[in-house]
Design a protein around this ligand. Sequence first.
Ligand SMILES: NC(=O)c1ccc[n+]([C@@H]2O[C@H](COP(=O)([O-])OP(=O)(O)OC[C@H]3O[C@@H](n4cnc5c(N)ncnc54)[C@H](O)[C@@H]3O)[C@@H](O)[C@H]2O)c1
Ligand SMILES: O=C(O)[C@H](O)COP(=O)(O)O
Length: 469
Amino acid sequence: MTEPREIIGRHWQASANYLSISTSPISTFHSPVSSYGHRSRADESRLPSKQLKPFATEDIKILLLENINKTARDILDKQGYQVEFLKGSLSEDKLIEKIRDIHVIGIRSKTQLTEKVLREAKNLLAIGCFCIGTNQVDLEYARKHGIVVFNSPFSNSRSVAELMIAEIISLARQLGDRNEELHRGEWNKVSNKCWEIRGKTLGIVGYGHIGSQLSVLAEAMGMSVIFYDIIPLMALGSAKQVSTLTELLSMADFVTLHVPELPETKNMIGKEQFLEMKHGSYLLNASRGSVVDIPALIEAMTAGKIAGAALDVYPNEPAENGPHNFDRVNTWAKDLRGLKNLILTPHIGGSTEEAQSAIGIEVGEALTRYINEGSTIGSVNMPEVTLRSISQSQENNVRIIFIHQNRPGVLRQVNSILGDHNVDKQTSDSRNDVAYLMADVSDVSFNEIKSLYVSLETLSSKILTRVLY
Ligand SMILES: NC(=O)c1ccc[n+]([C@@H]2O[C@H](COP(=O)([O-])OP(=O)(O)OC[C@H]3O[C@@H](n4cnc5c(N)ncnc54)[C@H](O)[C@@H]3O)[C@@H](O)[C@H]2O)c1
Ligand SMILES: O=C(O)[C@H](O)COP(=O)(O)O
């Protein structure tokens, strides 16, 4: 005899269906025991955790796009979820069609989860961005609709920083051109305008995870490092923070961009900024394609102002690998490709075995913890909330997750619904207009679970109710 494990829903109809589903929980995921700052009571912490599970795990449908690493697929498969894996991204139409049916979607930087797409995502619980950037997701819409978004904030930072070092040397020595010439059979031994990087100044724009890693590596190669950031930050090694972008541009031999995509960073480097850069300097961009005005770069390189550039990201990137795809989506692609000492890479800054495997594990586990236990630790759009695990001895305990509008009186209403039971533990936090409440309630019979769920669903502040048991 098996039993259902979760009631969930934005709509009662959906949850009624889930109620009728049977499952035998597979306990391959080990719940974190009291590992998030809450000291457990001594008696409970010594007991094994009860394996909370959502409704029949085989009914959790997960769509993984953009060739997400096998480490993630293995973690999710082991839980018994239905995992569909696709190598590429999907067009908006196809995405809308697919997203209606699924509970979790895993993406990388390419897939655009706009409001238009998310409006169709009636069953979606969580989004896993298996990358650093989350600019491709409408985080605001997701939060307001109880969809929790996770990412991997620094697992590929080192890979990007190392690529930047390789590119700085390659640009200084015109390696791309020499390589391409000799592939064509042309011997071109030159030293004119080829430089060591020792003693040159690297200007880092955005001194976060990647910028600061790069700072350390560049100093080890004998470079002087300056950086510009909107917040005052501790400079590593002998690096120095400058107070304006203009100051940085006028001092740096190499300018490298590591800012997020934001309205303020759109075309942050354009015609005016190229004029401010040193004659014969170099530009590197591995942040987001919107940060550099590409036609202005083409102009500055054609005029000889900029001696070389390395681009890893573009305003429009193809949905999948293949010949001619780059030219198809970018009108200026042909002009760009014609330039000398220009390194073009297809958004591979974070594409190493180490980074992708680590990201797969980090985001895969965060998604599993959220699906099975309701923990939002690591979320980028919701308050981070967790509770210590329910122990196996607490057989009739249920975990309530109530995502609701953040307004006065809601906690009172929730607690009056839970009030006939013993609320063993409870926590709640808010982010702007949305609040996330978790409560573990003891001695709840199977029939009472349904009535708790239905009562919470009637509250006008409700965004999403989940009951795990
Ligand atoms: N090419 C790739 O494969 C690849 C891989 C990883 C990340 N990225 C991109 O690189 C970006 C940076 O990554 P990170 O992990 O270092 O991010 P981060 O959040 O750790 O650091 C970003 C830094 O930029 C600063 N910043 C924000 N707005 C700014 C502005 N207007 N002017 C100056 N500084 C500003 C922030 O204060 C922060 O210190 C990501 O947002 C992502 O878009 C690309
Ligand atoms: O945001 C990121 O982490 C990078 O841009 C890498 O994105 P990707 O996983 O799509 O290569």
